[in-house]
Design a protein around this ligand. Sequence first.
Ligand code: NOJ
Ligand code: NOJ
Length: 617
Amino acid sequence: MYFLLSIVGFAGVLFSGANAAPHSNLDVRAALDDFVSQQSTVSLQGALNNIGPDGSEVPGAKAGFVVASPSKVNPPYFYTWTRDSALTLKMLIDEFIFGNTNLQSYIEDYIHAQAVLQTVSNPSGTFLPSGLGMGEPKYQVDGTRFNGAWGRPQRDGPALRAIALISYSNWLMKNGQSNKAKTVIWPIISNDLSYVGEYWNQTTFDLWEETKGSSFFTVQNQNRALVQGIQLSKDLGVKCTGCDQAPEVLCFLQSFWNGNFTVSNINVDNGRTGLDGNSILGAISIFDIDAYCDSPTMQPCHSKSLANFKVLIDTFRETYSINKGIPLGSGVAVGRYAEDVYMGGNPWYLITTAAAEFLYDAVAQWKARHNLYVDETSLAFFKDLYPAVQVRKYDSGNENSPFAQIMNAVTAYADSFVAITEKYVPSNGSLAEQFNRDTGVPLSAIDLTWSYAAFVTMSQRKAGKYPSSWGSRNAVAPPATCSATSTTGVFAPATAAGAPNVTSTCQVGVTFNVDATTYYGENLYVIGSTDDVGAWDVDNALPMGAGSYTPADPLWTVTSFLNAGETVSYKYVRQENCDQPYLYETQNRTLTVPACGSDGITQADSWTGQVGTAGTC
Ligand code: NOJ
Ligand code: NOJ
């Protein structure tokens, strides 16, 4: 891609490494190290290229907004997701703390952008009075709302954003800037933790935006955010509303284990096994180098995490033909879940590197503890890698000790996932979202920011760089019986970080009803002059529903919240079935939203203008 110009010679290095046909294990490892160091440089730059305002791939993105991918169609990923952004910033903040001081301006821009974003009203709700809008998964790249139909809310976003911002606040405190952490950043974090404390026990769409229920990844990160929030609020001398929910969240986290593996989505009925890369991504995002392996936070080195890893990875051995013939105990291409059909249901770069990262994390934890307990739960995981393994404690010892041999075997297993990644990364180092399950050819969104971020965090762990502890040892043990509690949040705009000083977002419900006879496959939207109705951008118009449509009464309807007192121009627009041009009504309509506190209103309209004709596609 374009950024190749700045890393001239990369492809050359890569190919000479491959052509040299390494002879010994040492050569193989050195060649892999070369690949990782080159690819992590490309990946860091690849992520930065997708961040506004200067990212080379994302013109139009505002400062601090992380675009998921430059891909505008098939799939349309030219949006900013709270999850992808927070995970990317967590990576950048860790890189910054590890010494890459050039990254600070990205972090500062992000802080400002998120302070503003928290206050934006959207289809998940408003910011005030109760924070509901923060459950919105994605926004336009200039930070305005996205109106399209989507899997919402997604409650991992506030937790992940809090985790990223807490890491940076801890750095500020260590570097004499506690006051900035307290006055500028804490107000943003406080809103996020309030959101978590109030809504952790309500259903959510999972990180794949498909399943509404309870998601392991989400709950695991919610617990971490609250535990870290308790510590940071003590350090700063402020109150954390919501953090008291941490032990209950941790209690709930235990219920995803079914005796054999982690069921990643519960309280759902989607016909899947529940084996899902969700559980690996969760474990690596709450990795704590100081954690005990039996911590209920479910670290990578936990026996249940290891057992789950084996069962999950072995399903992917069977699922993809590019994994055929790869023996047990050797890395494979890994995807979201075996039943996945999105874009054909393929392996993902970011999950394959996450599998490696998970194993590097576990090794780091055993080495830091100087021991490893193998139990009945984790035995099968180790058997594939070190057949002589037994249920017992292994203490660290010299380089020939069983402990050292097991560490080497798990590290080699980690490396083998990196080698699989290398095999399917094109020579210019660009990382898409997926690669084809039969051919290995990259597909879906190009230059996916999260793929790049995931490569960098994996290479940090491979190189022995660990973020400092997040305090998992201090997590209050879960109660014996879980309860579905909640703490009402306290929400206020983070004005010191640049949020607008909204006092309350007074909106009133407006129902748009239009009678419009349509053919099967045709769709209707409301489009209009304000952000709430898409600001005349058809990609951001409000999708209408035809649930009550009959031939006699061809009703299309949608209800939205609009700003009290505002005058709005709008019209209806038809979307045809085969990419024919949109058909707009010929007239502009006007409505005035009633005053704050009024009851909602209903517009009863009839379509005026051209009707649609089905295409043949
Ligand atoms: C369905 C996919 O499975 C989901 O992960 C994705 O986010 C949406 N479509 C939008 O692309
Ligand atoms: C689809 C993925 O399933 C979701 O996790 C991600 O947030 C979006 N794409 C954007 O990358």
